[in-house]
Design a protein around this ligand. Structure first.
Ligand code: SAH
Length: 243
C-alpha cells in the first residue's frame, strides 16, 4: 500500500491531540489498523478528536490488542459545522442509521431523535447511533462529531425550547407549495416527522410557534430519510456553509 493511501486512514480518538502527543490505540482500533488494514510501525494515519482539528500521526507500536501512535503535525484546523440541529423521529433501524450518517455528511452540529405521536420506534440505541456518527465523520473528512442526544418526546422538547433557535418544520401538508425558507441568520433546527407524518395536534402546535417555520420539500411526499437529506441540502444551500 503506498504512503498516500495509508495517510488517508482517518480515525476519531477520544484523546486530546497536540504536537508530540502519544495516543493509545484501543483494542477495536488495533484490530482495524493492524489487523484489517495491515499497518505496521512507521505507517501514517490521520487523527481527529472533535476539538483540536486533524493531525498526522505515526504508528510506533502495533500489537494485536493495542498500540501507540505519536502525533507529528496538524493537517487541518477544527472545522465546526453550522449551528444546525437535526430533529427526527426514528424509523426502521437501517433507515435511522442512514439519517444519522447522512446528516453528519451534510453538516449538522447535533442530532436529536424525538418520539412523536406517530413514531414507529419506541426506543433507540443511542451508543450505536453515536458510533455511526463517528464513522461518518471519519470517512467524510469532518473534524467534528455531532452529539446524538437521548430520545425525548417532541412535546417535551418544544416545551423546553430556546426560542432564539428557529425550527425548519418540514411539513408534508405543505407538499403543494414552493419550498421557501426565511433568511434568518440564527441557530436553526430541521424537524422531520416519522413515516406516519405529524399528528393534527402536533401540526397545530408547531404552526402556533413563532420560531417554527412550516416548509415544503417539493411536490412529492418523501420518505423520512430522503426528507432529512433534502431539508439539510436546502438549508445548507440557503443559510449554511455551502454558500
Ligand atoms: N405519511 C405522511 C408522510 C410522512 S413523510 C403522508 O403521507 O402525508 C415523513 C416526513 O418527511 C414528514 O413528516 C415531513 O417532515 C417530511 N416530508 C416528506 N415529504 C415532504 C414534503 N413534500 N414537504 C415537506 N416535508 C416533507
Amino acid at each position: 500500500m503506498d504512503r498516500n493511501v495509508i495517510a488517508k486512514i482517518r480515525l476519531y480518538v477520544e484523546h486530546a491531540l497536540g504536537q508530540g502527543q502519544s495516543v493509545p490505540v484501543s483494542r477495536e482500533q488495533a484490530h482495524y489498523l493492524f489487523g484489517v488494514m495491515r499497518l505496521g510501525v512507521g505507517a501514517q494515519v490521520l487523527l481527529f478528536d472533535g476539538q483540536n482539528g486533524e493531525w498526522r500521526a505515526e504508528v510506533v507500536e502495533a500489537g494485536k490488542r493495542g498500540g501507540t501512535l505519536v502525533v507529528s503535525e496538524q493537517t487541518k484546523p477544527l472545522q465546526m459545522p453550522p449551528d444546525l440541529w437535526l430533529i427526527f423521529a426514528p424509523i426502521k433501524k437501517a433507515r435511522t442509521d442512514f439519517i444519522v450518517e447522512k446528516s453528519v455528511e451534510m453538516g449538522v452540529s447535533r442530532i436529536l431523535p424525538v418520539q412523536t405521536d406517530f413514531t414507529n420506534a419506541g426506543r433507540i440505541q443511542r451508543d450505536r447511533l453515536q458510533a455511526h456518527a463517528v464513522e461518518a465523520a471519519e470517512q467524510c473528512g469532518a473534524s467534528y462529531v455531532p452529539d446524538v442526544a437521548e430520545m425525548v418526546r417532541l412535546d417535551r422538547l418544544l416545551a423546553d425550547w430556546d426560542k432564539s433557535r428557529q425550527i425548519m418544520f418540514c411539513d408534508e401538508a405543505k407538499v403543494a407549495s414552493k419550498p421557501t425558507l426565511p433568511a434568518l441568520a440564527s441557530p436553526w433546527a430541521v424537524l422531520i416527522g416519522p413515516e406516519g407524518g405529524f399528528s393534527p395536534a402536533e401540526r397545530d402546535r408547531l404552526q402556533r410557534l413563532t420560531h417554527a417555520h412550516p416548509v415544503s420539500l417539493g411536490p412529492r411526499i418523501l420518505r423520512a430519510d430522503t426528507a432529512a437529506v433534502a431539508a439539510l441540502t436546502l438549508w445548507q444551500h440557503q443559510l449554511g456553509d455551502w454558500q
